[in-house]
Ligand binder design. Sequence first.
Ligand code: TRP
Length: 332
Amino acid sequence: MTRKTVLTGDRPTGKLHLGHYVGSLRSRVDLQADHDQFIMIADAQALTDHYAEPMKVRENVYQVALDYLAVGIDPSLSTIFIQSQISQLPELAMYFLNLVTWNRLKHNPTVKAEITQKGFGEAVPAGFMAYPVYQAADITAFHADIVPVGEDQKPMIEQTNELVRSFNRIYQTSCLKEVEAIIPKIARLPGIDGGAKMGKSLGNALYLSDSEDEVSKKIKKMYTDPNHLRVEDPGQVEGNPVFIYLDAFGKDKDKIEELKGHYAKGGLGDSVVKKYLLEVLLEFLEPIRKKRELYQNHLDEVKRILHEGTLKAQAQAEKTMKKVKEAMCLNY
Ligand code: TRP
């Protein structure tokens, strides 16, 4: 069987958090053994709204790379690369931009939500509006079969496939490939404030690099069932972030089920559940923190990994671009 190609990535706008882990990092670690996996640090995409903070984006490229290595992404199995260094990507996107209407861009649900969240209104940068098209170029340039993403990125994949179909039809080629989104079972982790989504800008994130002290503080103030006022009251398990986190990170499923039953019946205090959650999270995070520190102390090695990955990614993107240009009669 031929190996399938996976392409994924993150905008380096900050350190990665548990939401990233559950939504995509975990599946990348699983996928790398039997897939050709490309993992892109999407610095150029980060600049679509952080264009005035290039140094911050640059610093975060390294932070994200450290997070990848810390969670177990293995550079001998996965190709980690820096988006801005692959000039074939904006080149391909330029041709894709002809195949999408302004109206279609405006109606991409992910972009729409982000415009509201960032308060752009009509003053949204054109580059930001177009980012799904750039993302389609990212995906197709590497001939990806699969993109593991958080649920919020699903519209990006739909838009990518629309572009692939248009391109192949208009230029009578089959050089671009449609891609499949795979959404992890628990694709979205709520914030520690109970908000539907964990996010840096929402101020409700637990980071992979948080210290024990930070984790402890965050768990203490974590949102639970607001109606669970006295220990003896029955509590709500469904939708309760504390239990969602336990389901996502706890290994002892029997114990978790027992706690859920007890909580629902009444007589189990939030502080007891939180204490157990803290234990679970610290156990999960400790090896990650250690590995991160190790790489942090060997940044040259991290830079070498990124450099090698970038060269490999360039070669792959160039192959695709050659076919694209042929199909478009741009082969002079
Ligand atoms: N949009 C992703 C994010 O917000 C990053 C990204 C850029 C990406 N290009 C991609 C993800 C291609 C998957 C495939 O973090």
